[in-house]
Ligand binder design. Sequence first.
Ligand SMILES: [Zn+2]
Ligand SMILES: [Zn+2]
Length: 323
Amino acid sequence: MKAIVFDGRRLRLADDLQKPAAVHGEALIRVTMAGICNTDMEIMKGYLGFQGIIGHEFTGIVEAIDGRSKKLLGKRVVGEINCGCRHCGLCLEGLEKHCPDRTTLGILGRDGAFAQYTTLPVGNLHEIPDNLTDEEAVFTEPLAAAFEILEQIRIKSTDKVLVLGDGKLGILCALTLRLTGADLTLAGKHPWKLSVAREQGVPVVLAKDLLPAGNKYDVVVEATGSADAFETAMKLTRPRGTIVLKSTVAHGAPVNLAPLVIDEMTVVGSRCGPFKPALNALAKGLINVKPLISAVFPFEEAKKAFTRAKMRNVLKVLLDPGK
Ligand SMILES: [Zn+2]
Ligand SMILES: [Zn+2]
């Protein structure tokens, strides 16, 4: 099969890989669409030292299942990316994403989804509602990461909430948190990206105007993808406020934590989230992801796709293995 492999130094399109098999309670999935995420870019800078088939945002069709329940056979699915040992305390609590022995699709110890076929435990899969296209459903994984914030903190409709970062994740966080009815603003550096959110009714501001405006927020979500934005987040959070960190970066930045102590702020790290509310919001049309799609490339043009994904004024770049 064809797949996009990161060998520790560069990306390579392989066309001679063995098609995986469904074993150990897993499903074999024929990938129908995949999305390039900033984490994929960070992997190429050394994030978690991953080597192998990259990619973790996908839609696919279940072709084989190892296990008794064949309910999902032939169905269109998306898949949660963390696979725990299923035995440890964290796994039994449903926190497989924190299992010390976990693998993560295309990120940690497990080949990913930029391939014609991939495998995941059957329990990780969710059927895609009929009214969603693959192009929309492929956003489930990053959108679930935005919904994770609502699992972790309570946002009141009276709260002032700021999302920092007008990339894919920042926009998805803004579209999601807006559903709480809170007074929400999205800040970024790119007028075009901000306009994509504004067209869906999200109030936006240029990042350079934030500090001069002197506003402080109850909740600041840091989704810039840049290690040094934490300082800015601290300056924009009110005393006793909450900072949610969403960026996963390969290399950190030194930071003076004194403002956290003085203003008694709470910092919440936030990673992968629940698929059900994300799929639900997409299916009900509460969140429209279509304006975030910048381009769809065939696998053969993976290098072009990655170059495009890194360019300014580009949001989501998709890969279509069948194209
Ligand atoms: Zn991702
Ligand atoms: Zn475990």
